[in-house]
Design a protein around this ligand. Structure first.
Ligand SMILES: O=C(CO)[C@@H](O)[C@H](O)COP(=O)(O)O
Length: 232
C-alpha cells in the first residue's frame, strides 16, 4: 500500500546523509496521505545505505503500524502528534544536525538575523519547553510532540510561518507541505544555525535583529519556501 508515498519518503530520507544532516542511523523522515489518514516513516535503526522503499513503515494517525516488516522510527509518536495537531503539514524531518543541536542544547532560540533565515522561517525558530522528568520517563517521544505543540501555542507561533523547532536537549524537527519541503527546511535550519553561531560570536552576541525581516510584507514577498501550504 501507498507505494508512491513510500518511494517519496524513501528518497527524502536518502537526502539526509547526502546533505550532511545525519550521522549513522540518526534522524528520520515521514510523509502523510491526508486522504487516507496514513503516514509513511523510516524504520528504526536502519542504516541509510541499506534502506529500500519497501522498508518504509505505514502508520495510522493513532500511531499504530498498519503495514511494515520493520519497527517504525522511535520518533513515530512525535510525528503522530504533529500530523494530528498541525493539519496542513505533509512531511516531517528529524535530525541531529550539529549546529541546530548546539542551539537546542544551549536552550537558545535561533534568531532571524538575516534574509537566509527569513526566507524560510518568519521569525525566530524556538527552542521547545523542557520536558518534565515525568514526561521524559513515561512517554518521551509522544510527550516531545505534545511539548512542541504546546510551545507553539503558548508563544503564539504559527507553524506555517515557522516550519521547525529545536527540541531542548535533543535536536531539530522541521516540517512542510511535502517530505522534500521538510528536508529543504531542515537543511536551511542547519545552515542558518551555523551562520547565526558565527554572527553572534563575531558580535559577542551584541547583534541587532533587523526589524524589517519581521515585517509581514517582507515575509509575504520572500518567505515563499516557509509557507508549506504550496503542494508541488
Ligand atoms: O533522537 C533519537 C534517539 O535519541 C532518534 O531520533 C534517532 O536519531 C533515530 O531513531 P530511529 O528513527 O532510528 O528510531
Amino acid at each position: 500500500m501507498l507505494e508512491s508515498l513510500k518511494k517519496k519518503v524513501y528518497e527524502a530520507n536518502m537526502q539526509l546523509p547526502k546533505l550532511g544532516l545525519v550521522t549513522f542511523t540518526w534522524g528520520n523522515v515521514s510523509g502523510i496521505d491526508r486522504d487516507k489518514g496514513l503516514f509513511v516513516i523510516k524504520p528504526s535503526g536502519v542504516e541509510y545505505d541499506k534502506l529500500t522503499p519497501d522498508d518504509m513503515v505505514v502508520v495510522n494517525l493513532k500511531g499504530e503500524v498498519v503495514e511494515g516488516k520493520l519497527n517504525p522510527s522511535s520518533d513515530t509518536p512525535t510525528h503522530t502528534v504533529l500530523y494530528n495537531k498541525f493539519p496542513n503539514i505533509g512531511g516531517i524531518v528529524h535530525t541531529h544536525s550539529p549546529w541546530a543541536v548546539s542551539f537546542a542544547e544551549a536552550g537558545i532560540d535561533l534568531p532571524a538575523l538575516g534574509t537566509t533565515h527569513a526566507d524560510t522561517f518568519y521569525g525566530k525558530v524556538p527552542v521547545s519547553n523542557a520536558l518534565t522528568e515525568e514526561e521524559i520517563k513515561t512517554a518521551y517521544e509522544k510527550n516531545t510532540g505534545d511539548v512542541i505543540v504546546r510551545t507553539f501555542r503558548e508563544r503564539n507561533i504559527d507553524p506555517e510561518a515557522v516550519p521547525g523547532v529545536l527540541v531542548r536537549q535533543h535536536g531539530p524537527f522541521t516540517w512542510g507541505a511535502t517530505p522534500d519541503k521538510a528536508v529543504y527546511n531542515a537543511k536551511v535550519l542547519e545552515v542558518v544555525a551555523e551562520m547565526d553561531y558565527h554572527a553572534l560570536q563575531l558580535t559577542r552576541d551584541n547583534i541587532e535583529v533587523p526589524q524589517y525581516l519581521l515585517d509581514k510584507h517582507y515575509y509575504r514577498k520572500h518567505g515563499k519556501n516557509a509557507y508549506y501550504g504550496q503542494k508541488n
